[in-house]
Every structure is written in structure tokens, then in C-alpha cells.
Design a protein around this ligand. Structure first.
Ligand code: PLP
Length: 411
């Protein structure tokens, strides 16, 4: 039996507890959706205000060099590299995750011109699959997108495969792939490996270099707390950078953008993966948020996330047994990302009722209630308070209201 007092004691002993005060969180809210939109670090507003007023307002166009705006994508890329186990010069912050999937996938197909298969998961985040469909349609060379279930990925890799494209943590269930093992398996068949780290970066340790990934992409607005629509990132292993002729050959990836010559020639290294002008204000926000994360050990985040998840799942069993909720996420911490997913046929209405009472998670069709764990700004008692509201909603049927039946544009 877990009691709220047990959890209060755990909060008092938690070395990460002081970080909570570094985030702007509204009163009366238990925020369990940092895996979809990370919370706002308090340092962001002042930093953004200064870039807007002093740099943009005061120094105007001179800021590109005076304040090093032009270096932001590479500088921020290196900082993100520290969070995901990538040595310098292999990551840029740029564009959206979707656009970076296009860049990575097109590069991978270029590096394996004689192969026609892209392996991915049927349950992968749809945008990754949509981009693959669009790209292969554009190429018109008969590529096959081979979609298999989570457990069948390894068996689907053979000598026809150009690239394996997977998301490390399943966005619905929270199930986690073994990055090192699958990357090794792809390489055994001379296929390339593209990882989507949307639910990994900033949540727990990732070892891109040591598992010898070829490409990776990731999202700025989830666990990196970069704000709505934050720039994403792209990793290209050093060994491939020189061999790629970027399909999105924009001027920011040119060897000499300010020579204004008519012919494209790519910049050295990872810089050729840049396309257009970086979004300076958005990158400023993301950099400020990443600076907060750089002060914590990713392993410490992972440990607390595992404990929070364990408490949450134990409380769901203890307090809500018999109310029809099934725990979908793996119980073993090593097989799970930083979220807990529950299943219920009335999941949408239940989530709306939770949100109405200040417990903010999200719903993923067809029937998944998703609760993100973000140890920097969550307490153990938050788990109790969230499950207490869930228990009440299930006991009273408070989810069963007409206003919870219509789905909003964003769920
Ligand atoms: C959130 C997410 C994305 C988002 O892509 P955008 O281009 O930023 O909209 C991509 N892939 C995965 C796996 C995600 O979870």
C-alpha cells in the first residue's frame, strides 16, 4: 500500500526537487503532458525579451555576426549532442522533425542506391511514414516501405534493405527499442539506421555515437522544453557527412552562402544539412531550455522517471482496480520510455474529464490515455493527486458527458 505520506517523504528526499521551481507551472495543475509540449523554464522569457529588444531591436541585422545568430544551429546542435551522446559537429538544430526525416531518409537512400526497401513499424509516428511515402513517390524508383510490428523489426531486415527507420520510444505505448542491438542488426545486413528520438532526447541517456547510429532526428518541443513548434534536430554520423548531396540544397547549407553564386556546392560537415535561414527567436528559446537540461545528469532523470512511472502504475492498480483501465506500457523500466499509457474504450472522455480537473495528459486514438513523466518538474505526490482524480472520475462516471464526446482538433 502506497500512501500520500510515503510520497511526500520521497519528495522531501528528492535531489531533483529544486528544479521544479525553475519552471512556470500554473497552480492547481498536475502537468503530465511534457512528452507532447514541455513546460516553460522561467529563464526563457527574460532571454527572449533580451534577444528581441537588444539584439533584434537594437543591433538589427548586425546581430547575425555580433550576437552569432548565424552559429545558432550548429552551437545548439552541439549542446543537444551532449544530451544524446553525439560528439561535436554531428547535429544541427533546424526545421521540423518531419523535414529532418526527409533529409535523413533521402540521404540514406542515396547512400544505398542499389537497395529498394525502407523498414519501419506500422505503429510508428505517422509523420515519419508519411514522409517516407512522399519521398519514395517523388523518387519514383519503386522503393518499398516495409511496415512490421514492434517485435518483428529484426526479422524484417535483409540484404534488400537500404535503411531501417524507427522511433526509439513508441509514442502510444511507451515501449522502447534496444537501439544498440537493432543498429547492429541493420549494419550486419549493410543497411543504414535512422532513429527518431522525439520521445528520448532530454528524457534519458541516449548513446548515438557509441551505438553507431547513422542518422537521427528529434523534436525540440517535447522533453527539450523548446516551446510550441520549436526547431527540431538532425544527426548525421561524421563518417557519412561528406558523401551526402543534400536533397534540400538550400543556401544556408552552401559552402559560401554569401558569395551568391549560381551553383550549389555543399558546406563541409553537418552544415550542409541546413536549408534556409534559422528561426532565431525559436532557437533562442530552445537553447535556453536545453541549458537547463545540461545542468542535470540524464541518468538521474531516467532513474526518477522510472520511479515516478512505477508509483503511477502501482497507484492505478491500487486505487482504480476494476474500473476497466489497462496498463499498456511495459512494467520493466528498461523497456519503457518516460511515459505511462493506459487503455480504455472511453479514453477520450476520461482524458477530457481529467483535464477539466487540472490533470493534464493527452489522448491518442483509438483508446490510449497518455501520461508523460518529466522528473524535473514533477513530484511523487503529483502521481497520487493525479490518480486520486482518475479514481473519482471512474467511480462517478464524470467522463460520460455530451461535451466530452466531440473531439477537438488537437487531442
Ligand atoms: C512528435 C513527433 C514528431 C513531430 O514531428 P513535427 O515535424 O515536429 O511535427 C515526429 N516524430 C515522432 C516520433 C514524434 O513523436
Amino acid at each position: 500500500m502506497i500512501t500520500r505520506d510515503d510520497l511526500a517523504a520521497q519528495d522531501a528526499a528528492d535531489p531533483l526537487a529544486p528544479f521544479r521551481n525553475e519552471f512556470a507551472l500554473p497552480d492547481g495543475v498536475v502537468y503530465l503532458d511534457g512528452n507532447s509540449l514541455g513546460a516553460l523554464p522561467k529563464t526563457v522569457a527574460a532571454r527572449l525579451q533580451s534577444v528581441v529588444a537588444k539584439e533584434w531591436g537594437g543591433d538589427l541585422i548586425r546581430s547575425w555576426t555580433k550576437h552569432d545568430w548565424i552559429e545558432l544551429p550548429a552551437r545548439l546542435g552541439n549542446k543537444i549532442g551532449d544530451l544524446v551522446g553525439a560528439a561535436r559537429g554531428q547535429i544541427v538544430a533546424a526545421d521540423s522533425t518531419s523535414v529532418n526525416v526527409f533529409k535523413a531518409l533521402s540521404a540514406a537512400l542515396q547512400l544505398r542506391p542499389d537497395r529498394r526497401v525502407i523498414v519501419s513499424e506500422a505503429g510508428n509516428f505517422p509523420t515519419d511514414l508519411y514522409i517516407a511515402q512522399g519521398l519514395t513517390g517523388l523518387l519514383g524508383r519503386g522503393h518499398e516501405l516495409r511496415l512490421v510490428d514492434h517485435a518483428d523489426v529484426v526479422g524484417a531486415i535483409d540484404s534488400d534493405v537500404a535503411v531501417v527507420m524507427l522511433t526509439e520510444v513508441d509514442y502510444r505505448s511507451g515501449r522502447k527499442h534496444d537501439m544498440a542491438a537493432i543498429t547492429a542488426e541493420a549494419h550486419r545486413h549493410e543497411a543504414l539506421m535512422l532513429w527518431d528520438l522525439a520521445h528520448s532526447a532530454g528524457a534519458f541517456p541516449v548513446a548515438l555515437d557509441s551505438c553507431e547510429a547513422d542518422f537521427a532526428v528529434g523534436c525540440g518541443y517535447k522533453f527539450l522544453n523548446g516551446g510550441p513548434g520549436a526547431p527540431a534536430f538532425l544527426y548525421v554520423a561524421k563518417r557519412h557527412q561528406h558523401d551526402i548531396a543534400p536533397a534540400l540544397s538550400g543556401w544556408m547549407g552552401h559552402a559560401a552562402p554569401f558569395d551568391f553564386v549560381a551553383d550549389y556546392s555543399p558546406a563541409a560537415g553537418i552544415r550542409r544539412q541546413l536549408c534556409g535561414t534559422p528561426s532565431v527567436l525559436a532557437m533562442t528559446v530552445l537553447e535556453t531550455s536545453v541549458d537547463v537540461l545540461l545542468r542535470v545528469e540524464m541518468a538521474a532523470l531516467q532513474d526518477k522517471s522510472a520511479e515516478l512511472a512505477d508509483v503511477f502504475m502501482t497507484l492505478v492498480e491500487q486505487e482504480c482496480s476494476g474500473c476497466g483501465l489497462t496498463i499498456v506500457s511495459p512494467r520493466e523500466a528498461e523497456r519503457r520510455g518516460s511515459q505511462v499509457a493506459l487503455r480504455h474504450d472511453e479514453g477520450y472522455g476520461i482524458m477530457q474529464a481529467l483535464i477539466a480537473r487540472g490533470v493534464i495528459g493527452d489522448f491518442r486514438a483509438p483508446d490510449i490515455l497518455r501520461f508523460g513523466l518529466t522528473p524535473l518538474y514533477q513530484q511523487f505526490t503529483d502521481m497520487w493527486d493525479a490518480v486520486a482524480v482518475l479514481k473519482d472520475i471512474m467511480a462517478t462516471g464524470a467522463w460520460d458527458r455530451p461535451e466530452y464526446e466531440t473531439r477537438a482538433a488537437v487531442t
